[in-house]
Design a protein around this ligand. Structure first.
Ligand SMILES: [Zn+2]
Length: 109
């Protein structure tokens, strides 16, 4: 998982953000609410769900729309996981599988 993360061809600041998300260390509303209880735990998009890492990065309608409108046309709800780390591992498996299928395609051609 970590090797896959650090091999991504993306800016370092995004890799660091993803690393924090994988450690469930991003300041989501739920995480802040658990510490200080001065803030509502709800998602800022007003979707009616508590804002935790997996929700804000994959399950929230805004996040799901961003994934689907990306060049990957990814539907994040098709990858299961109880937390963002599980979800990310599922994504890595799909990615590795697509690379393997691509390699097989090259062998056939
Ligand atoms: Zn939401």
């Amino acid at each position: 998982m970590w090797r896959h993360l650090w091999m991504l061809k993306t800016p370092s600041k995004l890799k660091i953000f993803l690393q924090k998300a994988l450690y469930d260390a991003i300041p989501s509303n739920l995480a802040i609410h658990k510490r200080v209880q001065l803030r509502e735990a709800n998602c800022q998009t007003r979707c009616g769900i508590d804002e935790y890492t997996l929700h804000v990065l994959t399950q929230c309608p805004r996040a799901a729309g961003a994934w689907f409108s990306s060049k990957f046309f990814l539907r994040p709800e098709l990858i299961s996981g109880e937390n963002f780390k599980d979800w990310w591992c599922g994504l890595c498996e799909i990615n590795l599988m697509s690379l393997a299928l691509s390699a097989l395609g090259n062998l056939e051609g």
